[in-house]
Structures are given as C-alpha cells and as structure tokens.
Design a protein around this ligand. Structure first.
Ligand code: DX5
Ligand code: ZN
Length: 224
C-alpha cells in the first residue's frame, strides 16, 4: 500500500459509532488522535427512522473538548429546536433542505447567532435544489448514504454531487465554502473523494484498532 503523504483532507469523526457509555473518553481519544472537528448526528425518529442524542450531549461535549462541534440535524422542523443547539455551543449546524419549509430563514438565523450554517440533502433529492441556498452557507454536507444509520456502504451514485456542488460554488464565487462528505467513508471509498474538504467518518474510525492510524490514513488523502 503506497500512501500519498501530503494531507489535504480534514477529518471529522462521527460520534454515532463511538461507545456512548464512554463518550467523553472516546472524544478525548479522537481529539488526541488528530481529529479536526467532531460530527454530531442528531436524529429525531421522524425525519429519519432512528433516534440519537440532543442538545444536552452537545453541551457536555463542549466542556471537555476544544474541537469545533459540527451538529448534523436530521430532524423535522429544525426551527423548533435550533436555539437549544446554539446555546449548547454548536460551532456549526447543518440542516436538511427537506426538513423545513423555511430553509433560508433557518440558515439566516443560524448565522445571526454567529454559528456556521450548513445544508444537506437526502440522496433522492436532486443536488441542484441546493444551489439557490449556497450564498447563505458556511459549509455544504454531501450525503453519500441514506441518513439514519452509521456503518452503511457509500452510495457511488452520490459521489458526483461533490464535484457538482464544488463547480456551482466556484460559479457563484463561493470558493471558500468547504464541502463535507458524510457516509461510508473508509480506505476503499477514499479514492472516490479527492475533492472533499472534510471527511466525516464514524464506523471506520471507531472500529479501527488505532484512532490515530485511522485518522492519519484518511488525512493522507489517497491510497493506492
Ligand atoms: C448517517 C450519519 C453519518 C454517519 C456516518 O445518517 O449522518 O454521519 O454516522 O457514519 P459512517 O462513517 O459509519 O458511515
Ligand atoms: Zn452525519
């Protein structure tokens, strides 16, 4: 295995695959292993068929970690619970376009509170639906699995959304908006994701024997 040593991805471990009975320790471990951000999957059992964690967990993690906390809200009507995640100390909040009738209003409100605003789509939603909202964003999250569960296989037909979003960002003069890629990221799928700015990875990191090695392998960018 030959590794390209030049790092060009940031890595955001998704705590969905962490051992929740030792969450603080798991977070400290990925932090010292070189994680750049922490990806926090919030699911409401309605927008997606799974239920995870809420703002109190974000508040607790804020106390023990200096990593930026990226909250991925997979909830219906995120406008109803935004303020609790803002007060809890979220550094970025990403919402799903399909989850609200007021995406522009919600994104503007997140930014007003000095939190970074992100937008994402379920795989069935055409990527172009996101384009009118790009000027209101600090990050784009490209889903490469159906949201709801960790440890799924990457959907290859979603990969082209990364370049589609990147090209549209350039066209709109928004070159600095980073693209995060979420779902099924591992050493086998990494070669498909050269232009991802931030790799979100849960299962790959938290099941690896060494978090440090797992994160370094993802950061190194390409494996051949
Ligand atoms: C899926 C979540 C992802 C997921 C990624 O709904 O948004 O963040 O936890 O995990 P892996 O890397 O296990 O696919
Ligand atoms: Zn996620």
């Amino acid at each position: 295995m030959i590794l390209n040593k030049e790092p060009h991805h940031l890595v955001a471990p998704s705590i969905l695959s962490a051992d929740f009975s030792r969450l603080g320790e798991e977070v400290r471990n990925v932090e010292s292993a070189g994680a750049d951000r922490l990806h926090i999957d919030v699911m409401d059992g309605h927008f997606v068929p799974n239920l995870t964690i809420g703002a109190p967990v974000v508040k607790s993690l804020k106390k023990i970690s200096t990593l930026p906390l990226d909250v991925h809200l997979m909830v219906s009507k995120p406008e109803n619970i935004l303020s609790s995640f803002i007060s809890a100390g979220a550094d970025s909040i990403t919402i799903h376009l399909e989850s609200t009738n007021y995406p522009e209003k919600v994104l503007k409100r997140i930014r007003q509170e000095k939190v970074l605003a992100g937008l994402t789509l379920k795989p069935a939603t055409p990527v172009e639906r996101m384009f009118p909202f790009l000027p209101f964003l600090d990050l784009v999250l490209v889903m490469t699995v159906e949201p709801g569960f960790g440890g799924q296989s990457l959907l290859p037909d979603q990969v082209s959304n990364i370049s589609a979003v990147k090209e549209e960002l350039v066209r709109q003069g928004l070159n600095n908006v980073p693209v995060h890629v979420d779902g099924g990221v591992n050493l086998q799928t990494l070669p498909l994701l050269p232009s991802a700015d931030v790799l979100v990875a849960g299962h790959f990191i938290f099941t690896h024997k060494s978090y440090k090695e797992a994160i370094s392998l993802l950061k190194s960018g390409s494996v051949s």
